[in-house]
Structures are given as structure tokens and as C-alpha cells.
Design a binder for this molecule. Sequence first.
Ligand SMILES: Nc1ncnc2c1ncn2[C@@H]1O[C@H](COP(=O)(O)OP(=O)(O)O)[C@@H](O)[C@H]1O
Ligand SMILES: [Mg+2]
Length: 257
Amino acid sequence: MHVLVFANEKGGTGKSTTAVHAAIALAFKGARVACFDLDHRQRTMGRYLDNRRETIRRTGRDLPMPVYETHDGESMDYFSSTLERLGENADFLVIDTPGRDDKFARISVTNADTLVTPMNDSFVDFDLIGQVDPETFRVSRPSFYSEMIWESRKRRAKADGESIDWVVLRNRMQHIEARNMKRVSEAIDQLSKRVGFRVISGLSERVIYRELFPQGLTMLDAGEFGAMGLSHVAARQELREMMSGLALPEVALPLFA
Ligand SMILES: Nc1ncnc2c1ncn2[C@@H]1O[C@H](COP(=O)(O)OP(=O)(O)O)[C@@H](O)[C@H]1O
Ligand SMILES: [Mg+2]
């Protein structure tokens, strides 16, 4: 089983949106996907999947559907037993975490095979992982959060010799504001060499990512849209590119399901 964790201590960076889209994209490929929402207050991932389940019930359509649970945010026993249960029949376990420091998020990060930190093209978001010089915009030093991930990686290597593939995912990319985007982009590239993460493109800024929530759908559920507009086709393509950027292991599918 491959553990995919979406984490960033800052809220509103796109953790839940990208986590749900990644989980559904994996399910579309035929993988067995389990989701664990650790953000019991917002419960965005859990609510998204509630909505999806309801759409399946209402329309009778056979859409790929991950199994999912939401943590209560308190109990270590519940956390461990849910992880175990979800892991039993899954090729991928997708964990969404709250946008704040959280004990269970830290444990999840240390156990991640792939750790995804979504970030908007903004120095406000970048500040969590690195600080820049106010005049040159060059990276002056990694921030607290990068150091924490660094420690988690060391702990993981010691525990089972495995490594965590840390991926910074640029979310809500826009094609305006070119100067800021270029500066942020340069700072991310510099920092990636220093603290060892990969940088990939995520989803760009599109209303469709907000609109699909009430039905729990994604652009992959093409049948639900009727004729797809050009922007949906482009959105589907960028989701595919995001998935290939994550470079997750391929799942061997049974010949006769
Ligand atoms: N690519 C995108 N395009 C448009 N809106 C987005 C995109 N990604 C996220 N959003 C919106 O941004 C807000 C925060 O996203 P969310 O996934 O809930 O972040 P987090 O889980 O990190 O707090 C939500 O309103 C969501 O719909
Ligand atoms: Mg969230």
C-alpha cells in the first residue's frame, strides 16, 4: 500500500481539493483507494465524498468511489485502528490533514510514502516553507515547517529505511501577475535544491473546482456533464498532468475482476 499525505500547516492552500481529485483519479484507474480525513472540523474531504456517495445513490450511476473515514481529532486508538482497517484492502491510502499543527498530521507525515504540500503562488504561502530576502527575493533560509519535514524524513529513514518523496504542488496557478509568479517560482526552485523536495504543477485557478463540490464530482466524471466544454477538457488534462507529476506506483490490475 502506498500512503499519500496532503499536508501544509496553512489553511486554504488546496489540500482537500487536490486530495479528493487525486483519490478519485486513482479510483478511475482501477486502484483500490481509501481516504482518511483528519480535519474533523472542516471535513472538506469527507463532505466531498458524502456528496459523491449521495450523487451515486440519486442517479444510480456507477462512479468510482473510494472508501473513506473521518477522524474525531482526539483518539489515538481510533486513529490507529482506522488506519489499519482502511489499509487492509487498499492500494492507496490518501490522508488529508488540517491546516494547522496537529499531532495526527505529524504522525501521518512521518509515515507518508509521498507527501504533497500544495501552495499558492504567493510569498504569503511560501513563507511557511522558506523565507526570502525582501530586496532580492532570494531564499534566505528554510522555515520551521521545512525543518520539521526534514526531521520527519530522518526519523522515517531510521525507523524503516524508507524515504518520503516530498512534493511541493503549485495550486491555483494563474496566467496573470507574471512578475510575482516568476519570483515565487524562482524562490521555490532555489529552496527545492536546499531542502530536497520536487516541484510540480497542480490545478490552475478554475471555478469548476469549486462548483463540483455539491455533487462530489470531478472532471473525470465526464458522463455527468453531457457535452464537455473546452475548459473542462483543459481541466481534465491538467489533472492528468498533476497525477503523472506525482509519479505514484502503477497498480497491477486483476485480469478478471
Ligand atoms: N485550483 C483551484 N481553483 C479554484 N478554486 C480552488 C482551487 N483549489 C482550491 N480552491 C478553493 O480554495 C479554497 C481552499 O481550498 P481547500 O482545498 O479547502 O484548501 P485546504 O484544504 O488547504 O484548506 C476552497 O474554496 C476551494 O474550493
Ligand atoms: Mg482542507
